[in-house]
Design a protein around this ligand. Sequence first.
Ligand code: PMP
Length: 314
Amino acid sequence: MNALPCEHRYAHRCGPTPLVSVSLEGGPAIWCKLEFMNPSGSTKDRIARYILEKAWRQGKLCAGDTVVEASSGSTSIALALACAQMGLRFVAVMPEGVSSERVMIIRAYGGQVRLTPRDQGIRGSLAETERYAQECNAFLPRQFANLDNAEAHRVGTAREIVDQLPGGLVHAVVSGVGTGGTLVGLYQGLSEAGCPVVPVLARPVNIRQQPEVECCSFSARIPGVVDSLSRIFAEAELPDLQTIEVNDEVALGTARKLMRRGFPIGPSSGLNFAAAVAMAQKLERSGQACPTVVTVFPDRMERYFTTELFHDPS
Ligand code: PMP
C-alpha cells in the first residue's frame, strides 16, 4: 500500500460540511447540506479525493503521473486542486464555451485545459479524454462510470447527514443529476442507516421550448445537471424514484433568493431547493406531517460571475 505524500496528509480534508434548515417565504423547511464549503468550493472534492487516494493506495497512481478527466466544471476544479496537493499532473477536457472563471481556476492550480468543439458537448469531451489518456498513459477517474463516485457520498456525505440531523431520519433526498453520484450515494447511505428515504431527481425544464407539450423539455441552463448520460445513475437501483420538474427560471430565481439569504451558491442549489420544497409539499399533501427532506447546495457562486445567474432581471 502506497503512503500518501506528506504534504497531502496534512492538507485540509473534505467535510463534514454543515447541514442547515432553510425555509424561504414561509415555505416548508428543507435540510440543506452546504457542500460549497469543501476545499475547492464544491461537493466534487469528495469524489476527487476518494478516487485519487484509493488509486494512490492501490499503487495505480504515483507522484508525477497524469490524470485526465472530461468535466465542464466542478470535478475538474476539484481534481486540479487534489492533483496539485498530491504532485500529479492534471488535464481537464471540456467543451468550448464554459465560463472563463473555471478555466482560470484550473490553470491557477497548475492544471491544463483542452477544449473540444462546443457543438459536440460533453460527449465530444469524453471521446477526446479517452484518446488523449491512451496517448499519454494517463489515469482516468471516469466520474460518469466509476462507482467510487457514489461510494464517496455513501460513506461520507450520507453518514454526516445521519449524524447531523436531529433524530437522524430522512423521508426524501433530492438532487439534480450529473453523474448521479450524489443522489445514488446519498440514497444508498441513508437507506443503510435505516431511513425510509425516497430518492428524488430534480429535473430542470424550459417550458418555453415546447409550450404545447404537457411534459416539459430538459433545460441545459443549470450547469452540472445533465440529461441521461450517466452510467452510475442508469445502473443504480433506485426503487420508487420520483422526478420533480422545476422551471429553469424558477431554479435561477430561487438561487438568487438563497444568495440574498446569505448562501454563496450556484444555480443548481436553486434547482435542488425548489424541487425539495415541491417534494416536501407533496409529502405533506399525502399525509406526512413535517416531512424531513434533505438536499445539497453543490457549489459556489464565484464560478458563475459571467453567467446569467448574475444577470438578475428583477
Ligand atoms: N455539479 C453541480 C454544480 C451540481 O449542481 C450537480 C447537481 N447537484 C452536480 C454536479 C451533479 O452531481 P452528481 O454528478 O453527483 O450527479
